[in-house]
Structure formats: structure tokens, C-alpha cells
Design a protein around this ligand. Structure first.
Ligand code: GDP
Ligand code: MG
Length: 180
């Protein structure tokens, strides 16, 4: 995949990352946008979004991906956060069951802010910690199917499926919008 000048694109999509604090949202984003991982939990507080261009069906898609900047810790996210969103990644941690149970809450909050159906991908992150797994893959897969979400397990630490998850989400958004 090539790299592109930042202002040279065919489509611009806003995508949001949501999910409980500590599940790895900021590291998934930095891995996707900068190939970086950080062991420091608070390192990305204050960052609102990151951009990256990818190619889908010969078109350049510019993704503007919003991160919560730590807001998810205290309350739900604001309308401004969700405004203009065309896709979402809802992230949980495969080693912390409660973060999976809370996905329903995040999905509800997302849908309350959306006027139309958007593309949603459920992400089970920290797949490198399989020895402490608390959420079976099958259970998450079945849940995502029921709720009409795409599903993938990732590791931001090992850069496993990170590129694939974002690319799949952006491709699905593009194809959904350009379907005749
Ligand atoms: P956020 O609160 O959802 O943005 O989570 P962060 O991206 O800040 O990550 C929270 C903590 O989990 C940090 O200590 C990260 O280093 C760690 N972390 C994030 N992703 C992974 C992963 O895929 N595997 C492992 N082992 N740790 C991770
Ligand atoms: Mg964060």
C-alpha cells in the first residue's frame, strides 16, 4: 500500500473509537496511524483524532479517526464527539469480561446519536494475552452477528489485525455508500 499526500483524497470519513477505559483504543489508533505502541496508559490523553489515508477500490479514503482523549472514564461521550460519524469501532479487552458486557451500553449510546445506520466493528483487543482470556471468541462473534456488527480480535501490542480491522471498516463504509 502506498502513501499519499495528506490533502489528496477522494473520500473523507469520520470514524470514532469507543469502549471502556484501558481496552487499548489509543494504542490501536497510534498503531494504525503511526505504527506506534505505548506501554504508558495516559500517553495519549488530549489527542482528539488522527488521520490516515488508505486505498479502497482504486480510491483514496482519508480516515479521520477520533479518540476519546480519556473522556470515557467519567461519563458518556458528547454529541460533538459523535457528530458526522460514518463508522465506529467498539473496543473491549478480551481479558476483562466487564469491558465486553459494557459493549451493549456503548452500542446504545452510539445508536442514540446516529440518525441513520452506520458501519460498526466490534474489536476484541489484547489478543496477545490469550492465556488470561475471559471472553470466548465464539460468544463475541455471535453477539456481533446479532447486533449487525463486523467482528475482529486484535493486538495493538503485536500489530495483529490492526491494519485489517481499520481497512475492513473503511472498505465497508465506502462500499455501502457507493452501492447502486
Ligand atoms: P484506552 O484507554 O482504551 O485508550 O487504552 P490504551 O490504548 O491507553 O491502553 C491501555 C493499556 O493497555 C496500556 O497500558 C497499553 O499499553 C495496554 N494495551 C493496549 N493494547 C494492548 C494490546 O493489544 N495488548 C496488550 N498486552 N496490552 C495492550
Ligand atoms: Mg485512550
Amino acid at each position: 500500500m502506498g502513501s499519499f499526500a495528506d490533502e489528496d483524497y477522494d473520500e473523507l470519513y469520520k470514524v470514532v473509537l469507543i469502549g471502556d477505559s484501558g481496552v487499548g483504543k489509543s494504542n490501536l489508533l497510534s498503531q494504525f496511524s503511526k505504527n506506534e505502541f505505548s506501554h504508558d496508559f495516559k500517553s495519549t490523553i488530549g489527542v482528539d483524532f488522527s488521520n490516515r489515508n488508505i486505498e479502497v477500490d482504486g480510491k483514496i479514503i482519508k480516515a479521520k479517526i477520533w479518540d476519546t482523549a480519556g473522556q470515557e472514564r467519567y461519563r458518556g461521550l458528547t454529541s460533538a464527539y459523535y457528530q458526522g460519524t460514518v463508522g465506529a469501532l467498539i473496543v473491549y479487552d478480551i481479558t476483562r469480561k466487564v469491558t465486553f458486557e459494557n459493549v451493549e451500553r456503548w452500542l446504545r449510546e452510539l445508536r442514540e446519536h446516529m440518525e441513520q445506520t452506520i458501519v460498526v466493528m466490534l474489536i476484541g483487543n489484547k489478543a496477545d494475552l490469550g492465556h488470561s482470556r475471559a471472553v470466548p471468541t465464539d460468544e463475541a462473534k455471535a453477539f456481533s452477528k446479532r447486533e449487525n456488527m463486523f467482528f475482529m480480535e486484535t493486538s495493538a501490542l503485536e500489530a495483529l489485525n490492526v491494519e485489517k480491522a481499520f481497512t475492513e471498516l473503511l472498505s465497508q463504509i465506502y462500499r455501502g455508500m457507493n452501492r447502486k
